[in-house]
Ligand binder design. Structure first.
Ligand code: SF4
Length: 210
């Protein structure tokens, strides 16, 4: 399945906002903040273009898709699943994305970015309830225990991530972590205000409802 393998800062420039795709660099030396290359990539990007309603909805969908690191097809599948679930479609969609194993691995502080978390999972360094799971899309459920392999605990980037997360204040209430053991647990479903996606999900619902 095709996946974007180009420069990720380009994606932030395209969306005009920080998507936090590069770990620590996003906090210390972000390209957007340095003011060097703020404009959208490509030619003629300094021209004024009126943003249409469709454009706003499209950008919100693209932003979410890029933060999650999904292809268009995968994202649409998630949306269709969210539509079939009871409750608000937009919130269901974000909950499905938030509780993917790669995202939970990142939220627990085991990884500095989503690509890093995905790599840990794909390489078999993450266990769920003591079973190795190497599927980034695995849907974590309340009560599930997530831990890192002994080998991954020694990884410099993982140790750095665990130190960083401890400095960033308290964890959201739906997860708990024991940083010294690189283990954590999902306690409950996340509420909307505890989810990590800084987007207006209603715009995505409107986009797909057309
Ligand atoms: Fe985006 Fe991070 Fe690059 Fe900044 S450093 S532009 S937040 S990927």
């Amino acid at each position: 399945m095709s996946r974007y393998i180009g420069a990720v800062c380009r994606l932030c420039r395209r969306e005009g906002t920080k998507l936090f795709l590069k770990g620590e660099k996003c906090y210390n030396a972000c390209t957007l903040e340095k003011g060097k290359r703020k404009s959208a990539p490509g030619m003629h990007t300094n021209q004024r273009v009126k943003v249409t309603e469709y454009g706003r909805r499209l950008r919100e969908k693209q932003k979410t898709k890029r933060i999650a690191g999904l292809t268009e097809e995968q994202f649409r599948n998630y949306f269709q699943r969210a539509e079939r679930m009871p409750g608000l479609t937009g919130e269901n969609l974000l909950r499905l994305l938030e509780t993917r194993l790669d995202n939970v691995t990142k939220r627990l502080g085991f990884a500095l970015s989503m690509p890093h978390a995905r790599q840990l999972v794909l390489h078999g360094h993450v266990t769920v309830n003591d079973h190795r799971v190497d599927v980034p899309s695995y849907a974590v459920q309340p009560g599930d225990k997530i831990a890192l392999s002994e080998k991954a605990k020694l990884n410099v980037a993982v140790q750095q991530a665990l130190q960083v997360i401890q400095k960033r204040g308290p964890m959201p209430s739906w997860i708990e972590v024991n940083a010294s053991h690189a283990a954590g647990k999902m306690r409950s479903w996340p509420s909307r205000d505890e989810m990590s996606y800084p987007i207006d999900e209603q715009l995505i619902v409107e986009l797909y409802s057309k």
